[in-house]
Design a protein around this ligand. Sequence first.
Ligand SMILES: [Zn+2]
Length: 138
Amino acid sequence: MAAPKKLLTPDEVAALNDEFRDTEGDESEEGRRQHARARSKLRRLSHLESCSVCQREIELRGSCDVQVDVPLDSCKKPFAINGKEYFGSITVYSCIAATLLYMIDQNRQGMLRDTQGTDHTPVFMGQLHERARQVQDT
Ligand SMILES: [Zn+2]
């Protein structure tokens, strides 16, 4: 088994980003080699090396794992971030948890709005009339 990879510090990651930017467009052989090396290192960064949200969590409480209970959304579908679905009692990175909780909150507020006024039709018809009038005016 390979030894665990040593994580880069935020400063080292920043230096790598600088190197990547500075060598951008450098057509010398050395420049191209540096650029390619910085790019491949950046690609292999782990989540914890590149995510400032999780880095701060680790600083504050020694871990960036958070347990969340994710319900289904108002359409009875799982919440998804970048195509990955999240549902049930799960442990995720802090940044993912924050995004999920925000989405759940927004979804709940949307549901509340939907259940508060049941009289949607007049508003909608009003918009239609407005649209129709604009079309006639032009
Ligand atoms: Zn993160």
